[in-house]
Design a binder for this molecule. Sequence first.
Ligand SMILES: [Ca+2]
Ligand SMILES: [Ca+2]
Ligand SMILES: [Ca+2]
Length: 342
Amino acid sequence: MKVLNSIKILSLLTITLLIASCSDDDNSGNQIESSTILYASNNSNGNITYYDVTDLSNISATTLITTSTAADGVYYEGALDAVIQASRSGLGLEGFTNISNAISGAAINADLIGTTDMSSPREVAVDGTFYVVADNQDVDGYPSTLDGRLFVYIRNGNNFSLRNVITTDFKLWGITFINNDLYAVVDADNELAVFTNFLSNTTNTTLSASKRVVVEGIVRTHGLTYDAMSDTMVMTDIGSAMNTQDDGGFQIITNFISKFNGTTNNGTLALSQQTRVSGASTLLGNPVDVAYDSETSTVFIAEAGNGGGRILAFNSIGAGGNISPIINTALGAASSVYLSKQ
Ligand SMILES: [Ca+2]
Ligand SMILES: [Ca+2]
Ligand SMILES: [Ca+2]
């Protein structure tokens, strides 16, 4: 019996080894398998939801319970396996490490924390250990004078410390880095601004944009994202903030750097150089943030208004127009999205 058992174990071991070597063979020559994860924040309950969107026809959602009741500016830091968001109830950055190990429905505690300096934090843009947060609270008490603030934090270990605050002469919402330059939407308007070498401004100061261009076709922009691999910028258009259901859209700008650099300061980037998606079928009312996957040419949207809030995705965009989303999943008062390949 003992011999027989040994033979069974040996043959099982052989089969296991064979399976292992087979799967190794299957993987050799192919790309390492990776997951595509979309992180989302919301202003309905402040929890973090992430979606495995590796297979767009079979997405799964994980929700993690935070102590915040409203949040924006979600970001994923791979080195820490951490989700960071700007808490609109706590008025500071908060981060949650080892996020992949958390089980859906679990309450999570912030272990990346910092000072609570802000009034109305929105989008977060990250360059290395620098975290910049756009705050859209009126600065000087006069809403008629357009302004906003960019809070520059440095992450040191598990702590965010405020380095300096830049006051802008236009209203803020979405921001993103392209190398050393910080691009910002001009909220309540149809313009895109850039601050070149933004982080070289190390003191508390007031700063005008290095350049602003009108993005033709947009009524009121809010969110933006840039994909360096494909040199693609995507900007959202909320139309009227009062119409939460069907007057929104987004515009894709390919060969972005040359088009932006080729437009003069205060000049217009023509709609004919962009692809616009809008219309009732899109379910775009107030699309407040956007992410882009150039591998699958997929645009992901945080839609704050339509149906109470949704996460939407679009591909096969072609010439744009009134196309239907390929993903439409409810997320109350969705506020931001961030895409990560892992
Ligand atoms: Ca003001
Ligand atoms: Ca709208
Ligand atoms: Ca975002």
